[in-house]
Design a protein around this ligand. Structure first.
Ligand code: DMJ
Length: 630
C-alpha cells in the first residue's frame, strides 16, 4: 500500500499523531459507555429501557403472589402515565390514523388523544395482563343470596300474568327470529326492507343485537336461541376491528352484555371476550385528566371527542356511565386498572365545583372544567345519575362516596329541576345556565325507577318523599303515552304554551322502541306491587303489537300522534335487551333476578352485587386446599 505524504508532514510525525488520536478516541468511547451505563441505573430509567429494549425486557411479567401482581400492575400504570405525559402530543403520522378517517359527523378535534404508541400499548397490555386471574365462578355463585333464575324462573302464579308473560316471550322470539333470518351477524335488523344495519356507533364491531340479546334469551328460557347466540360469540365475534366506535355504546351494550352473560351462565368464552374488549377500551382514558373522549378506534386506540360536543368536550352521560362495567372488569381480571380509571373520573367529578350543586353535561377532558351549563336528566346526563346510585347498590352498600354524591345531586335536582305543571303533573325540567326548559325527554323517564331504587337508602325523613317522587314521575311518563293516538310516548314532551306531557314539535314525535317508561313500571312494580304498573305495561304491549309489529320484526314509528303510522324501519338492539326484558320481568315473580343480588346496567344487562365479605370468606375457606402452583 502506498502512503501519499501530506504536505509538510513526515512519515514518522504522521505515525505519532495517529496514535495520539487513537488514544483520544478510546478515552472518548469509554466515557460514552460509562454515561449510558449510569443512565440505565438511574431510578427513572424505565423510559430509556423502553426506548432501547423490547417490551418483554422492559416490563417483565411476574407470576407472584396476588399482592405482587397488584403491585406490578400499579407500577405498570404509573409507568404508562409517565410515558403518556411525555407523548401527549399526538403523532400525526400514526399509521392507523392515516388509514382511518373519522366517519361523517365526527369531526376530529385539535386535542386528540394519540392512539397506542408502542410504549402505551405495552403498558396498557401489561396493565391488563399482569395480575393472575383468580376469579372463581363457583365461589361467586355461592355468595348470591338467591338463585339468579328464582325457584321456577320467576313463573307467576296468576294465570293472566303468566299469559301476558308468555306473550312477551313470543315477542322476543319473533324479534329474534327475524333478526336471525334477515340480519344475522349485522348490528340491527331493518324490518321493512328485511336486511341488516351496521351503523357507525360500534366501529367495526358486529352482532350488537346478538350480544344485547344473550341474557334476555337466557332468562326467558329460549335456550336454543341462546346457544346460537353463544356460538356466534365464540366463533364470529371479532374484536380486532378498526373503526371509530362510541366508548359509551360499546361499554353498555358489548361489555355489559358479555359480562352479564358470563355471570348468568359461567361460560368462560364470555369472560375471555369481555376482558379482551375491556383492554381495548383503556387507551380512551389517555387524556390529560383521565376523562375519556367519546369516540375510540378500537384498532389503533386513537380517541376523539364527538364533533357536535362543544369545544372538544366529553359528555357526562358517557364518561359517567362506565363505572359498573369497569368495576366488574377488575373483579373478573383481578386487575385494578379498570377500577382505577373510573375512580379517577369519580374523583374529578367529586372535587369540581358544581353550579347550584348540579352536574352540567359537557366537560373538557383537557382542562377538567365544565364547558357549558346545560343540565338534564334526559339525554347527555341521564345514566350518570343512574350509575351513582347503582354503584352504591352494586358495592353492597359500601361505596359511601357514590351514595353521598347521588343524594347530594338529588337534593340539587329537587331544588332546581323538579316542577309541577298547571295540570298537576310532576316533571323534570332541563336547566340552561339558570333558565328552565320545561321539557322532558323519553330518556328522562328512567328516573322513576332510579328514584324508586334509591328511596330506601335516603335520609329517614326523605325516603317516603323519594318513593312518592318516583311514582309521580312514572305517572307523568305514563300520561305522555296515554295522550297519543298510538298509546306510545313521544321522544320529548313539554309543559309550556298549554302543553301537558305532549310533544309540541314535529321533530319530537317519534318513538324508537325505547324502554325507559317500561323500565320505571318494572321497578315501581317490584317496589310497591301496585297492580297499575302491570296494567300500564300491558297497555304498552298492546300498543307495540298494534303499531310497531310488522311482518319482518318490530319497527319504531315516526309520529305517535298519527293513527296511520309510518315506520322508521329499525329494530333497535335495545328493544331486545331492555324493552322486552323489562316487560318480561314486570310479569314475573320478584325472585327472577332479585334486586338483592343484581343491578341492571343502563342497557338492562344484570350485573351482580359484589358481596365482598362473603367472597373474602369463601377465599379464606378455599386457601388451604390450594396447591402452590395456584
Ligand atoms: C339505551 O341504549 C340505554 O338505555 C341508554 O342509557 C339510553 N338509550 C338507549 C335506550 O333508549
Amino acid at each position: 500500500m502506498v502512503f501519499r505524504k501530506f504536505p509538510g508532514v513526515s512519515a514518522s510525525g504522521m505515525g505519532l499523531r495517529l496514535s495520539q488520536k487513537f488514544v483520544f478516541l478510546l478515552f472518548l468511547s469509554g466515557l460514552v459507555t460509562l454515561c449510558l451505563g449510569a443512565l440505565f441505573f438511574l431510578p427513572d430509567s424505565a423510559r430509556l429501557k423502553r426506548i432501547f429494549l423490547s417490551k418483554t425486557e422492559a416490563q417483565p411479567v411476574t407470576v407472584g403472589s396476588e399482592n405482587d401482581a397488584r403491585e406490578q400492575a400499579r407500577k405498570a400504570d404509573a409507568a404508562a402515565a409517565r410515558v403518556r405525559a411525555l407523548s401527549r402530543k399526538p403523532s400525526v403520522t400514526h399509521e392507523a390514523r392515516a388509514v382511518d378517517r373519522p366517519p361523517q359527523g365526527i369531526k376530529a378535534q385539535d386535542e386528540r388523544s394519540s392512539g397506542r404508541t408502542r410504549t402505551e400499548t405495552t403498558a396498557a397490555q401489561n396493565d391488563a395482563r399482569q395480575p393472575r386471574d383468580t376469579f372463581e365462578y363457583d365461589r361467586f355463585k355461592k355468595c348470591l343470596l338467591g338463585s339468579p333464575l328464582g325457584s321456577d324462573r320467576g313463573k307467576p302464579g296468576d294465570p293472566q300474568t303468566l299469559q301476558r308473560r308468555d306473550k312477551v316471550k313470543e315477542m322476543m322470539k319473533f324479534a329474534w327470529d327475524n333478526y336471525k333470518h334477515y340480519a344475522w351477524g349485522k348490528n340491527e335488523l331493518r324490518p321493512l326492507t328485511r336486511n341488516g344495519h351496521i351503523g357507525t356507533m360500534f366501529g367495526g364491531l358486529r352482532g350488537a343485537s346478538i350480544i344485547d340479546s344473550l341474557d334476555t334469551l337466557y332468562i326467558m328460557d329460549l335456550l336454543e336461541e341462546y346457544e346460537e347466540a353463544k356460538d356466534w360469540v365464540e366463533n364470529n365475534l371479532d374484536l380486532n376491528s378498526n373503526g371509530e366506535s362510541s366508548l359509551f355504546e360499546v361499554n353498555i351494550r358489548y361489555v355489559g352484555g358479555l359480562l352479564s352473560a358470563y355471570y348468568l351462565t359461567g361460560n368462560e368464552v364470555f369472560k375471555k371476550k369481555v376482558l379482551e374488549l375491556g383492554e381495548k377500551l383503556l387507551p380512551a382514558f389517555n387524556t390529560p385528566t383521565g376523562i375519556p373522549r367519546g369516540v375510540i378506534n378500537l384498532g389503533s386506540g386513537t380517541s376523539w371527542s364527538w364533533g357536535w360536543a362543544s369545544a372538544g368536550s366529553s359528555i357526562l352521560a358517557e364518561f359517567g356511565t362506565l363505572h359498573l362495567e369497569f368495576v366488574h372488569l377488575s373483579e373478573l381480571s383481578n386487575n385494578p386498572v379498570f377500577r382505577e380509571k373510573v375512580m379517577n373520573i369519580r374523583k374529578l367529578l367529586n372535587k369540581i365545583e358544581k353550579p347550584h350543586g348540579l352536574y352540567p353535561n359537557f366537560l373538557s377532558p383537557v382542562t377538567g372544567n365544565w364547558v357549558q351549563h346545560h343540565v338534564s336528566l334526559g339525554g347527555l346526563g341521564d345514566s350518570f345519575y343512574e350509575y351513582l346510585i347503582k354503584s352504591y347498590l352494586m358495592s353492597d352498600k359500601t361505596d359511601e362516596e357514590a351514595k353521598k354524591m347521588y343524594y347530594s345531586a338529588l337534593e340539587a335536582i329537587e331544588a332546581n329541576l323538579v316542577q309541577q305543571s298547571p295540570g298537576g303533573l310532576t316533571y323534570l325540567a332541563e336547566w340552561r345556565g339558570g333558565i328552565l326548559d320545561h321539557k322532558m325527554g323519553h330518556l328522562a323517564c328512567f328516573a322513576g325507577g332510579m328514584l324508586g331504587i334509591g328511596a330506601e337508602d335516603g335520609a329517614p325523613e326523605k325516603k317516603q318523599r323519594y318513593l312518592d317522587l318516583a311514582g309521580e314521575i312514572t305517572h307523568t311518563c305514563h300520561e305522555s303515552y296515554t295522550r297519543s293516538a298510538t298509546k306510545l310516548g313521544p321522544e320529548a314532551f313539554r309543559f309550556d304554551a298549554g302543553a301537558e306531557a305532549t310533544a309540541t314539535r314535529l321533530s319530537e314525535r317519534y318513538y324508537i322502541l325505547r324502554p325507559e317508561v317500561i323500565e320505571s313500571y318494572m321497578y315501581m312494580w317490584r317496589l310497591t306491587h301496585d297492580p297499575k304498573y302491570r296494567e300500564w305495561g300491558w297497555e304498552a304491549v298492546e300498543a307495540l303489537e298494534k303499531h310497531c309489529r310488522v311482518e319482518g320484526g318490530y319497527s319504531g314509528i315516526r309520529d305517535v300522534y298519527a293513527s296511520a303510522v309510518s315506520h322508521d324501519n329499525m329494530q333497535q338492539s335495545f328493544f331486545l335487551s331492555e324493552t322486552l326484558k323489562y316487560l318480561y320481568l314486570l310479569f314475573s315473580d320478584d325472585d327472577l333476578l332479585p334486586l338483592q343480588d343484581w343491578v341492571f346496567n343502563t342497557e338492562a344487562h344484570p350485573l351482580p352485587i359484589i358481596h365482598r365479605n362473603c367472597l373474602q370468606r369463601q377465599n379464606s375457606l378455599q386457601k388451604p386446599d390450594k396447591t402452590p402452583a395456584d
